[in-house]
Design a protein around this ligand. Structure first.
Ligand SMILES: C[S@@+](CC[C@H](N)C(=O)[O-])C[C@H]1O[C@@H](n2cnc3c(N)ncnc32)[C@H](O)[C@@H]1O
Length: 275
């Protein structure tokens, strides 16, 4: 893992606040099942405008964040037969970034699966990889599946990643337990997520942009105001980086840490299944 990452020391783990949030609860969802249906339908509804809005609202930084994430796991992607699962892959941009990195590292045998439960998102992912003439035959597969109940045997993967999907899970601890199960001993997990910057000036500007501009622009372009109101609301309610790191430790991950990018508005969480 990269040296600039912040790794939790036992003292810091103990001082992290108690985890207050179990999983996402969109407005009106009474339980996990309703929340799951809401999230699935919402992403299905915005699939056609998802990429455009991602690039627009992030000023194209989303491409850089995914590239940096793939680069962080280069040591796995260059393994001759790396097995990688990109959970909550949506329209596939992180999956494709991982594939490019594996190709760049000359790993001819790497196999990467992008999985998501929203069919329209996955359909766009498949269409995009076909249109780009990528990847080498057999290198990527797309799978419709729930991240909390993935159809794979224990210990299947060397690396599991997810970009902005974890926050949308209806039960964070169950998600981490499932990823732990799916990783082989010494396999690694990378969770790329939004965070709320803490500094007064940048934090204030970020909150104004994220809570006021994003819902308006996102709602107007996607035609789904609720989805782009859910985005800042879900980030506001989400675990702070220390809480997520502590939960990863509780589930059994080791070498747990995170990197903050872009003024603390993006966090890449990392952990390893002990070997
Ligand atoms: C914000 S999008 C992220 C897409 C992509 N990873 C990216 O880099 O842009 C979140 C995705 O997570 C998916 N998702 C949320 N909960 C899920 C679950 N329990 N199982 C599978 N996919 C899920 C949604 O369908 C959506 O496509």
């Amino acid at each position: 893992m990269a040296p600039e990452a912040l790794y939790l020391q036992p003292r810091e783990m103990a001082s992290a606040t108690q985890t207050p949030v179990k999983g996402t609860r969109p407005a009106g969802a009474a339980n996990e099942q309703e929340a799951r249906q809401y999230v699935r339908r919402m992403f299905g509804d915005i699939a056609s405008r998802y990429d455009l809005l991602n690039h627009l609202l992030s000023g194209n930084l989303d491409r850089w964040w995914r590239g940096r994430t793939a680069a962080t796991f280069d040591h796995i992607l260059r393994l001759p037969a790396a097995r990688v699962l990109d959970v909550c892959c949506g329209t596939g941009d992180l999956t494709l970034a991982l594939e490019r990195r594996a190709t760049h590292s000359c790993s001819a045998g790497a196999r990467i699966i992008g999985s998501d439960f929203a069919h329209p998102m996955l359909a766009r992912a498949a269409e995009k990889s076909r249109a780009a003439g990528r990847p080498a035959p057999g290198r990527i597969a797309w799978l419709e599946a729930d991240a909390l109940n993935a159809p794979f045997a224990p210990g299947t993967f060397d690396l599991i990643t997810m970009g902005w999907g974890f926050r949308n899970l209806t039960n964070y601890e169950s998600g981490l337990r499932e990823f732990f199960r799916l990783l082989r001993p010494r396999g690694e997990l990378g969770i790329l997520e939004c965070a709320e910057p803490r500094g007064a000036l940048f934090g204030g500007l970020f909150r104004f942009y994220f809570r006021t501009v994003v819902p308006r622009v996102g709602g107007a372009i996607s035609g789904n105001g609720a989805a782009y109101a859910y985005l800042p609301a879900s980030v506001q309610k989400f675990l702070v980086p220390e809480e997520l790191a502590r939960l990863m430790c509780d589930v059994g991950f080791v070498d747990v840490g995170y990197k903050l990018w872009t003024g603390g508005s993006i966090a890449l969480h990392m952990g390893r299944r002990p070997g």
